[in-house]
Design a protein around this ligand. Structure first.
Ligand code: ACO
Length: 320
């Protein structure tokens, strides 16, 4: 059977740095509170006019270069994003045109912070079934555009960025398994209430709203469960994991998952301090950071996991 191997990674952060001190100027908060409760020191914010597709393109070109793959070799593009440039066409179609690719499937998936894991899982299925051979999988977000910069419950947490991987069909893994879940009954705890079809009246505003402590509790218990599910599905134990590459929502959630795996924090790729929560971009950006600084090596076992609005959650186990 064909398996999907990660043959290149790339990421891109917008230039503008927004520190906690900058946020102190906007809302009643403090650098100390933000660091203490989340671990975030700063985040990047897209420039005016800079879109999710702009970030995705830069990350994609870096991943293609690292993989030694030309755009014409790509036969599938899947982008995890909640902050598409336009209602349609999809960001994946916009990116496809910029890369000069014509014909193969290109589409977005929307699973908020779990978006990259969902996108990776979809591309993995395409490759396993032989429907694609070389896939570009991206998580890209401009979360700053759906943040209410007067809402201290949310504006301290999020940032912008993009991460990408190139997958290629191979006889050896690669992606060992992916695990996707959702439970829509919790939709109200983390949402942008407004929308195209539902409108923006009667409290359905266009900004991200979150009941943070409820989401926090759900994230910790759910991510513990998915760690077990992933290991059991592959007949592996905690000791086999070389690197945990989690969604970068909050240091305390990362630490809880690492404790569950009995992994020291040195074995967790942690970009919370510099990136903040970049939703679907956070996992592929963290992966790229670990690959490029040499910590992640070929042959190692990587556990990627994420939890986000929906609720959605998921994981991917990768022999890198
Ligand atoms: N600055 C200063 N004080 C604040 C701030 C702020 N920005 N926000 C809240 N506070 C205050 C509260 O008013 C409260 O004060 P009180 O004790 O006087 O009532 C106190 O700080 C504690 O508030 P909590 O909401 O209980 O703080 P908590 O420890 O839960 O931390 C946080 C909040 C950081 C949001 C945390 O709950 C969290 O990380 N939640 C999960 C986020 C997440 O994982 N999201 C999923 C992915 S996101 C996606 O899918 C888009």
């Amino acid at each position: 059977m064909k398996r999907a191997r990660v043959i290149g990674t790339g990421s891109y952060l917008p230039e503008r740095v927004m520190t906690n001190a900058d946020i102190e100027q906007l809302v009643e908060t403090s650098d100390e509170w933000i660091r203490d409760r989340t671990g975030i020191r700063e985040r990047r914010i897209a420039a005016e006019g800079e879109t999710t597709c702009d970030l995705a393109e830069k990350a994609a070109r870096r991943a293609l270069k690292a993989a030694g793959v030309a755009p014409r070799d790509i036969d599938l593009i899947v982008i995890g994003t909640t902050t598409a440039d336009q209602i349609f066409p999809s960001t994946a179609c916009l990116l496809q045109a910029r890369l000069g690719i014509h014909g193969p499937a290109a589409f977005d998936v929307q699973a908020v912070c779990t978006g990259f894991i969902y996108a990776l899982s979809v591309a993995d299925q395409f490759i396993r079934t032989g429907a694609a051979t070389t896939a570009l999988v991206i998580g890209a977000e401009t979360m700053s555009r759906i943040i209410d910069w007067k809402d201290r419950d949310t504006c301290v947490l999020f940032g912008d960025g993009a991460g990408a991987v190139v997958l290629r069909a191979d006889t050896k893994p690669g992606i060992l398994s992916t695990h996707l879940h959702a439970d829509g009954k919790h939709a109200g705890l983390l949402q942008v209430p407004g929308g195209i079809s539902g409108g923006y009246e009667d409290g359905r505003d266009p900004y991200l709203r979150m009941q943070g402590s409820e989401v926090f509790k759900m994230a910790v218990t759910t991510l513990s469960r998915i760690v077990d599910e992933t290991l059991e599905a592959n007949g592996l134990s905690r000791e086999d994991i070389d690197w945990l590459i989690p969604h970068q929502a909050n240091n305390r959630i990362l630490a809880a998952t690492a404790r569950k795996l009995r992994l020291p924090m040195e074995r967790v790729i942690n970009t919370v301090a510099e990136h903040g929560n970049t939703s679907a971009a956070s996992v592929p950006m963290a992966l790229d950071v670990g690959v490029r600084d040499g910590r992640i090596e070929r042959g190692q076992l990587l556990l990627l996991e994420a939890f986000g609005g929906g609720f959605t959650w998921g994981s991917a186990l990768i022999r890198y």
